[in-house]
Ligand binder design. Structure first.
Ligand SMILES: Nc1ncnc2c1ncn2[C@@H]1O[C@H](COP(=O)(O)OP(=O)(O)O)[C@@H](O)[C@H]1O
Ligand SMILES: [Mg+2]
Length: 260
């Protein structure tokens, strides 16, 4: 895979970004014999925003779970620099319906035995960060899809992750809400300075968000190409209409069509 040493995590103010994640020849064969991932090499720098893009079934979630340490690779290795706190966000924000916003947001901190005072400070910071201040006493059923996703982000952010792993988090949202959440995520990412690995099958989303887009192909899942996305952060809504942005999306779209 390409050497990322010369890449700077531009826009995030990192002095000398180091490799946060090193994936070395990691493959995955599930117990039923499905070859979900052929050997993958991928380095991800501290504070970088990387998207895994590809059609359904190409192994995006498998690679994310291997990176996250949720499953072991069949061969190869994943090295995480430092004892990085990890947090996950998935497409369906599973909330406990009998808990209000605040109590849902502190769920993971309770599981981690964070002391009460610290817990309350972190929850209120996280709710503020995602724009849910004032909704502490609301219940999940009273929230829109976008607000539930904000709550899902808050719950993960309360862990103060250095590694933020997201698996198609915005796929269930309508187009407008999705675009709003992309901007919100970039704002939060810049503010908090974590490393992001983001799975999506939406190429516009991948290009809009990322430093690099990793295109994957199915059967067996592998990395076909890694695209550098040259646009400066903070990225603005107007970027979507930029001819350079659209040309790059076209190029990635052609690449996807070739491999699927
Ligand atoms: N636990 C599992 N056991 C067996 N096969 C699986 C399992 N999880 C995923 N797969 C298969 O592995 C392949 C890659 O799946 P996945 O990583 O979920 O792809 P994606 O996230 O890109 O849709 C698919 O063929 C899928 O059916
Ligand atoms: Mg998936």
């Amino acid at each position: 895979m390409q050497d990322t040493a010369e890449r700077a995590a531009h826009g995030t103010g990192a002095a000398e970004p180091f490799d946060r994640i090193r994936v070395e020849g990691a493959s995955k064969v599930y117990p039923n014999g499905t070859v979900a991932l052929s050997p993958v090499d991928l380095n991800i720098r501290d504070r970088e925003f990387v998207s895994l893009l590809g059609p359904s079934g190409c192994g995006k979630s498998t690679l994310l779970r291997v990176i996250a340490g949720l499953i072991d690779p069949s061969e190869g290795d994943v090295k995480i620099n430092g004892d990085a706190q990890r947090a996950f966000v998935f497409q369906d924000p599973t909330m406990l319906p009998w808990r209000n916003v605040e109590k849902n947001a502190r769920l993971l901190l309770e599981l981690e035995n964070i002391p009460r005072e610290e817990r309350e400070r972190r929850v209120s910071d996280a709710l503020e960060l995602v724009g849910l201040a004032g909704f502490e006493k609301s219940y999940p059923r009273g929230l829109s899809g976008g607000m539930r996703m904000r709550l899902s982000l808050a719950r993960a952010l309360a862990l103060q992750p250095e590694l933020f792993l997201m698996d198609e988090p915005f796929s269930a949202l309508d187009e407008i809400t999705r675009e709003v959440m992309q901007l919100e995520l970039l704002r939060i990412w810049q503010e908090r300075g974590f490393t992001s690995v983001f799975v999506t099958h939406n190429l516009f989303e991948a290009v809009f968000l990322s430093h690099r887009v990793v295109v994957m192909s199915p059967r067996p899942g592998r990395i076909v190409k890694v695209f550098d996305i040259p646009f400066e952060y903070p990225r603005k809504e107007e970027l979507r209409a930029d001819p350079e942005f659209q040309a790059l999306c076209q190029e990635i779209s052609d690449c996807l069509r070739e491999v699927s």
